[in-house]
Write a new protein. Structure first.
Length: 622
């Protein structure tokens, strides 16, 4: 039995899709529609089959998969409420271009091809509105991962003793602070039971009444937080079936064992019922650095994980930004000692109150990213970095350079010392407070390697291993080296990061063309004698061997720089022409240059543009 609120909701979606059409146009369309309900894991349409109808999603979440010529299938899009699905086939008569599956319980309406053609013939307004919809779809740029923002989030405790209602209320408060998210509802089993006792839908069975009640809530709120029970009760099962994403809440100090909700509800789910599972590890406020995250991740299939100190507002604000797709990602390029300027940029961002939620980088950018992921203020991070890097980490030249000019032991010691002083331990990448990744190059397989798990020290050493200058790192029988070979400014990786809505990029490329007025390269003896002269009297303006090797290693990445820059919402590129890649002793000068450049770029932004980053910042503590 269709309820009155369903007609209201349907009209709301139709007007959102087709515009403000008069009732004489909408009424015939409504009469042609039929209701479709899918359980999580059920298929709505299959790639290659005839396209004989379109669908409008009323509630729930669906995912589109495309199978390539080699039979490999990949997810390309997720659709939430209010989205039209399959309309192209009605105009083109082409077979379905993708397989669409419900990843949670979903409700849609269906318009058949015959009904569609009747409407086109009977109403010019409907024809124009539907045609406009198709044109807008064709004009919309397609991204590699076009995933709609989740609406319904299930909060499921997987260790005992978690105050889930209090955490849900705190998260709801942070979500309401975000632009366009004022309507947030927290729902638990007791609240649903009380509401149903007061409802007039007594002629419906209990299951149907609950479903309709939750549909009504979902339709009128930007976010719905479903508070699961401590055990896999019928209510917990319903929360799992109806959620776009599930937050698995765990006390990080308890054993990393599977909970009954995971073994009895989540793991037996039907194939392709793939609502994202996010592990939220809860820590005390005074903890310096999480540890042992690997044990939690190895035991369960997860989409992502987040470390939270519930007593700190800024951590809850970060979780809210991630779940609402408002998180800010910072990408740091490689460039030797010039990468110390990233610390100055951090100071400029911090002074403006801009919170960084995710961070990633290549080579020295990866090292700086790890320092920022410690969630410590610049006044703590910078002195530790100065103490480590001012000692010339690349000064241990190899007397027998069979594999590299620099031994690399001093650099690894610098990385380990700075890491241990900042974190109090040598953590894994997955232990960092903020989501972090390092980019390396897999020499053995000739491809880019994005490192998100494993020893942080190992990952940073691999990402900084410039070919020829520093020795490569072994991993599972393969050689890893500096990520700058493939992707020195990995903005594209951040763009694909779950939860990131805006990307700040700090590039270090500076390629001013300088002609060399020589007919041929001088001999080694001539170059050696020339290097013995004072700099201003030298005749040959040629790079040193180390600088030459470093720059050659990133030539391919440099060719991708324009595309990477276009992917950044806010772009920084400090002018450091007189800073060499190995001039670590100029630490304070380089940091100052980065800070000055950051301040100049931020000062040039309009208040509205700067507000895009300030509006999603965490509130001040206390």
């Amino acid at each position: 039995m269709r309820q009155p609120y369903q007609d209201e909701l349907l009209e709301q979606h139709l007007r959102a899709v087709l515009g403000d059409l008069p009732a004489e146009v909408l009424d015939p369309l409504r009469r042609e529609l039929s209701w479709v309900e899918l359980a999580g894991g059920e298929t709505l349409m299959t790639q290659g089959e005839p396209g004989d109808c379109l669908f409008l999603s009323i509630s729930g979440r669906l995912r589109a998969y495309v199978r390539d010529d080699e039979g490999q299938e990949r997810a390309v899009r997720e659709m939430a409420r209010g989205e039209v699905i399959g309309e192209m086939a009605l105009f083109t008569d082409e077979p379905r271009s993708a397989t669409v599956v419900a990843i949670r319980d979903s409700v849609l309406v269906r318009l058949s091809k015959a009904a569609f053609e009747r409407l086109l013939g009977a109403s010019a307004q409907a024809s124009i509105a539907l045609t406009r919809r198709v044109i807008q779809r064709l004009q919309k740029p397609q991204s590699a991962a076009d995933f709609a923002r989740p609406v319904t989030l299930a909060l499921l405790p997987i260790t005992p003793g978690i105050d889930v209602p209090a955490l849900a209320q705190a998260l709801a408060g942070q979500l309401r602070r975000l632009p366009g998210a004022s309507r947030v509802c927290v729902v638990d089993a007791a609240g649903v039971e009380a509401a149903l006792q007061a409802s007039a839908d007594s002629e419906l069975d209990a299951e149907r009444r609950i479903a309709l009640y939750l549909d009504r809530i979902e339709a009128t709120h930007e976010f719905v937080l479903l508070v699961g029970d401590e055990q896999p009760t019928p209510w917990t099962r319903r929360c799992c079936r109806r959620s776009d994403e599930m937050l698995l809440l765990a006390d990080a100090d308890q054993p990393a064992v599977l909970h009954a909700t995971e073994t009895e509800v989540l793991m037996p789910r039907p194939g392709r019922s793939e609502a994202a599972e996010i592990l939220v590890l809860l820590h005390p406020a005074g903890r310096r650095c999480p540890q042992g995250t690997r044990a939690w991740l190895d035991r369960r299939p997860l989409t992502d994980h987040v470390h939270i100190r519930p007593a700190l507002e800024r951590d809850l604000a970060r979780l809210a930004r991630l779940q609402s797709r408002n998180a800010i990602g910072l990408v740091l390029a490689g460039g030797g000692a010039r990468g110390l300027s990233h610390l100055g940029l951090l100071q400029a961002l911090h002074a403006q109150g801009i919170e960084i939620d995710c961070v990633g980088g290549t080579s020295i950018g990866a090292v700086m990213a790890a320092l920022i992921a410690s969630d410590q203020p610049p006044e703590t991070v910078i002195p530790i970095a100065r103490k480590a890097f001012i000692r010339n980490p690349t000064g241990d030249f190899n007397p027998v350079p069979l594999l590299s000019l620099i031994r690399g032991r001093r650099l690894k010691r610098v990385i380990d010392t700075a890491t241990r002083e900042l974190f109090g331990t040598l953590p894994d990448i997955e232990d960092l407070w903020k989501t972090c990744y390092c980019v390396a190059s897999n020499y053995s397989q000739a491809h880019e390697a994005v490192l998100r798990r494993g020893s942080l020290s190992w990952a940073l050493t691999a990402s900084t291993a410039i070919p020829g200058a520093l020795p490569p790192v072994l991993h599972a029988g393969e050689l890893l080296c500096d990520g700058g070979t493939f992707n020195n400014f990995p903005v594209d990786v951040m763009r694909a990061q779950r939860g990131v809505g805006r990307v700040i990029g700090a590039d270090l490329s500076y390629r001013k063309l300088r002609r060399i007025e020589l007919d041929e390269v001088p001999s080694s003896w001539a170059l050696l004698l020339d290097r013995l002269r004072p700099r201003r009297y030298r005749r040959y303006k040629l790079p040193s061997l180390v600088a030459y090797l470093m720059n050659v290693s990133v030539l391919y990445s440099a060719s991708r720089q324009r595309h990477a820059r276009a992917l950044a919402d806010l772009y920084f590129n400090p002018h450091l022409p007189r800073v060499g890649m190995l001039q670590w002793r100029r630490f304070d000068h380089i940091v100052q240059q980065g800070r000055t450049h950051g301040q100049e770029v931020l000062a040039a932004l309009s208040p509205q543009a700067l507000g895009l980053y300030r509006d999603v910042r965490a509130p001040a503590e206390g």
